[in-house]
Design a binder for this molecule. Structure first.
Ligand code: AMP
Length: 441
């Protein structure tokens, strides 16, 4: 099947062709015709499936089919994403695919100045891609009017809930006109997601591409058992031996990401860390350096890595297994994208046996264990409890759902769960991340 059989307009087909895409991915094949038929959609698709084009293309077409009212552009479509990176990536997709269409779009997130965003909104935009907190800031400051929204898309909805955005989402929903088309994309379907879908969607069509909570078939997964203290040494060894040019490495904490990136640099391997404590410009710069091949290793925490879109990322390494099994699926989804082969390696020490079992249960298969010569674990080393520096944060902040999240989540998302005696204050806190107490932790 080709894109032209999906009912897309010439302007869109031309933009798709320029990207070099010839065949729609399974999610695109299914979602595009349904969205064009004006139906609500509940889509189970993890990152790497081509989901962004799966909703962006038909959204643009729907917008062009129902022409805007005369006068200044009103915001007609809203895409909500959990993270800044994902918002930026969706924004780029809209610009790419909408190249030959007259729509204006903008991306709105915290951690950067609000003024330029206000100026852009003043000039009039048709499509807004936003993270929930900063969006509500604009609504409160009356710099954004959501009363003309015709299309609402929640991207990576499971992650938004994990990050404690449910209250903000409810607030946003209350501001939207009743009559609109809704699309909800989520990699996993918890009960909370089902509840949100019930509230939000109108007789939705369910689309699912990969089986729930299973990892993409094109990704080769391997466990390398190793001692806790020898992980960094093993990672350097693998990078050097394999002559890897580009590898995304996950750590559990922000501190761990910084430390590992510094250690790799000492080993002569160019590296940078990205996480929620870094400024937006530092994150953007690190990502750009990584994409250009200026650095070989990008060390990231789970949240920071969401939305990172790098074509054909060949290697993903779990330096530490995530506390939440679903995060494993999200992490390894960064490789093997859109049909390319990918390799996901996990360096697992004796402390992480339980985490590994949980992951294997989730993906419904054992992951092959391969011992690396010279790195066989010392059987006399006993398991120790895993240190999650986040624990104290969560307790201070009043927790939220799914309490076993790591510190990264509390820094970017759980701030939404703080007691809100003055809600606008707490949102502007988020937009100036360095000033909040828990950001410093
Ligand atoms: P996504 O799941 O939306 O994050 O997309 C994953 C990657 O697949 C992105 O790098 C897209 O540019 C790419 N992609 C999207 N659609 C196609 C397609 N039909 N053919 C090849 N690559 C695609």
């Amino acid at each position: 099947m080709s894109f032209s059989q999906l009912g897309l307009s010439k302007a869109l087909l031309r933009a798709v062709e320029e990207q070099g895409y010839t065949t729609p991915t399974p999610i695109q094949k299914q979602a595009i015709p349904i969205i064009l038929s004006k139906k609500d959609v509940l889509a189970g698709a993890q990152t790497g499936t081509g989901k962004t084009a799966g909703f962006t293309l038909p959204l643009l077409q729907r917008l062009s089919q129902s022409p805007k009212k005369q006068g200044k552009a009103q915001v007609r479509a809203l895409v909500l994403t959990p993270t800044r990176e994902l918002a930026a990536q969706v924004g780029e997709s809209i610009a790419t695919y909408g190249k030959y269409l007259p729509f204006k779009s903008t991306v709105i997130f915290g951690g950067v100045g609000i003024r330029p965003q206000i100026n852009t909104l003043k000039r009039g935009v048709d499509i807004v891609v936003a993270t929930p907190g900063r969006l509500l800031d604009h609504v409160e400051q009356k710099t954004l009017d959501l009363s003309h929204i015709e299309f609402l898309i929640l991207d990576e909805a499971d992650r938004m809930l994990d990050m404690g955005f449910i209250h903000d989402i409810k607030k946003i929903l209350a501001l939207l006109p009743k009559h609109r088309q809704n699309l909800l994309f989520s990699a996993t379907f918890s009960n909370e997601i089902k509840k949100l879908a019930d509230r939000l969607l109108n007789s939705p069509t369910l689309i699912e591409v990969a089986r729930r909570n299973t990892s993409a078939e094109s990704i080769k997964q391997t466990i390398h058992p190793v001692d806790r203290e020898r992980k960094r040494e093993l990672l350097s060894h693998l990078i050097n031996e394999g002559k890897w040019k580009q590898v995304l490495v996950f750590t559990r904490t922000k501190h761990g990401a910084n430390r590992l990136s510094t250690q790799l640099e000492k080993d002569g391997i160019t590296a940078a860390a990205i996480h929620g404590n870094k400024s937006q410009s530092a994150r953007t710069k690190a990502l750009a350096n990584f994409k250009d091949g200026g650095i070989r290793v990008l060390v990231a925490t789970d949240i920071a890595a969401r939305g990172i879109d790098i074509d054909q990322l060949p290697h993903v390494v779990n330096f530490e297994l995530p506390n939440i099994s679903e995060d494993y699926v999200h992490r390894i989804g960064r490789t093997g994208r859109a049909g390319n082969e990918g390799e996901a390696l996990s360096l697992v020490c004796v402390d992480e046996e339980k985490l590994l079992k949980d992951i294997e249960k989730l993906i419904k298969r054992p992951i092959p264990k391969v011992r690396v010569k010279g790195f066989t674990p010392d059987p006399s080393i006993k398991a120790e409890p895993i240190q999650n520096r986040s624990q104290s944060h969560r307790n201070r902040n009043g927790g939220g759902n799914r309490n076993s999240k790591n510190s990264e989540k509390s820094s970017e998302g759980k701030s939404r769960n703080r007691p809100r005696s003055n809600s606008s204050r707490s949102r502007s806190d988020q937009s100036k991340p360095r000033q909040t107490s828990h950001r410093r932790g």
